[in-house]
Write a protein that binds this ligand. Structure first.
Ligand code: OMD
Ligand code: FE2
Length: 451
């Protein structure tokens, strides 16, 4: 039996012109929002006494001294400072959540793919339902990422969580999530994504029933928008389509627990009240959501297949220019018009490691079945891959009139670092043991006598 969904009352912020939906548009803006009139101190961060008897607290997402372009912090005006939500912590079982470095198994070199992991029967909260598939880099040195599938059949009730190891990118595949955060409420459904920065407290609820999706834990540089270069000022992901919630707070006294992920471990403390008690905040370090259907793809309009970087939604930079800690890349509806062009992805080997998931539809490099919504694949550093036989044969012989890819949404988490598969993923019944050999089906067409 699934635990019933018990929504908890939140006090929504003022619904002004800019935030009729409960969100404020823009990427990386310096936002200001208050759920009670006058709760936000004006012109200063730390007045002697804050309005309404609130405490002021700064949450730093970058070193204080980071250059302006990457400097991130917010000021939170809250009922209690976080340190007052702080009891004795005990370490709790992290379940199937793994953190880099985690070299658990050595799978033979191969392209790897999995069927969707089914939702469990019993009650499973977001924290209990995380299944790590791959890890890369080292969370302790703030590089790399973890890729996970989340399976949620019950809402968190009086349970809270924050992640000190990384920011979290949610990619729902089935069912909606309500992420109640310190900064306000974020609702997302398949086709949308949300990013919860490192250190932001949340409670994850499932307003519409069980939910499944992908989660990227980014241990490195915060996700930002990629440069557009000669593309110019528009298209791809546009700043105005990113939405940050207006302030919403809970003044709730109830026995509660808070779990903190820190150094790869989960620690729990008991609280007597909700830590989602931020009445007003301002700053540029805040959670946000984005509707992937607003992404405006740019691509080749005469011939050839461009590198997938053209479809980058967001990037987590490393210290090396152009060498991402993570690129989050979207393959969504678009027209294919290339003349005399093999239109699907080409065969390739890549120094970056490619984790892929499918939200809906068919991915154009894998038309032979096997890569289905909810499934995922890993094409690791310098391992060859490309279209399956069905995709190759169809694309080599297709009439090249303009063709629209529709009802499709695949994504890639591409990292400069090799990815390690977890024991869970290697031993999962959903692991497709026969996928490794898909390349052997590609027939020899060579004929030296025929050009
Ligand atoms: O491997 C994949 O399917 C992802 C991918 C897509 C593409 O269009 C070009 C390169 C690439 O790695
Ligand atoms: Fe690839």
């Amino acid at each position: 039996m699934n635990a019933p969904f018990r929504p908890q009352p939140l006090t929504p912020g003022p619904q002004g012109a800019a935030n009729e939906t409960g969100y404020m548009p823009g990427f990386g803006n310096g936002f200001e929002t208050e759920a009670l009139p006058g709760a936000l101190p004006i012109g200063r961060n730390s007045p002697q006494r804050c309005p309404y008897g609130l405490y002021a607290e700064q949450l730093s997402g970058s070193p204080f001294t980071a250059p302006r372009a990457t400097n991130e912090r917010s000021w939170l005006y809250r009922i209690r400072p976080t340190v007052a939500h702080w009891g004795a912590f005990t370490k709790v079982d992290a379940g199937l959540w793994r953190t880099a470095p985690a070299a658990e198994v050595d799978l033979p070199l191969a392209p790897l793919r999995w069927d969707p992991i089914p939702l469990p029967e019993g009650p499973v909260s977001f924290l209990e339902g995380i299944r790590t598939i791959t890890t890369a880099g080292d969370a302790g040195s703030q590089t790399g990422m973890g890729t996970h599938v989340y399976l949620v059949t019950r809402s968190m009730v009086d349970e809270y969580f924050y992640n000190a190891d990384g920011e979290m990118l949610f990619v729902p595949q089935q069912g909606a999530l309500r992420i109640a955060t310190e900064f306000g409420i974020i609702d997302i459904a398949p086709g949308e994504i949300a990013v919860i920065p490192r250190g932001v407290k949340i409670r994850v609820e499932i307003p519409g029933g069980p939910a499944r999706g992908y989660l990227c834990e980014n241990y490195g540089g915060a996700f930002t928008l990629p440069e557009r270069g000669p593309i110019g000022a528009n298209c791809m992901a546009n700043q105005r389509d990113f939405l940050t919630p207006v302030a919403a707070y809970e003044d709730r006294d109830a026995p509660s627990s808070m779990v903190v992920k820190w150094g790869g471990n989960l620690w729990r403390t008991e609280l007597a009240h909700s830590p989602l008690d931020v009445v007003a905040w301002h700053g540029n370090y805040a959670p946000y959501k984005y509707d992937l259907r607003r992404y405006s793809p740019v691509g080749p309009i005469l011939f050839d297949h461009a590198d997938p970087s053209i479809f980058t939604v967001m990037t987590s930079p490393s210290e090396t220019p152009g060498t991402a800690n993570i690129d989050f890349v979207l393959f969504s509806d678009r027209w294919l018009v290339g003349e005399n062009t093999f239109r699907p992805p080409w065969y390739h080997m890549n120094v970056m490691s490619e984790f892929m998931g499918l939200v809906e539809g068919v991915y154009d490099a894998k038309t032979g079945g096997g890569f289905v919504p909810g499934g995922f694949s890993l094409h690791n550093c310098m391992l060859p891959h490309g279209p399956d036989m069905a995709a190759f044969e169809a694309a080599s012989n297709a009439e090249l009139k303009p063709h629209k890819l529709e009802g499709t949404m695949a994504f890639m988490l591409e990292t400069r670092l090799p990815q390690r598969v977890t024991r869970y993923a290697a031993e999962a019944p959903q692991f497709q043991r026969d996928y490794a050999g898909y390349g052997a089906g590609l027939r020899k067409h060579f004929n030296p006598n025929q050009r």
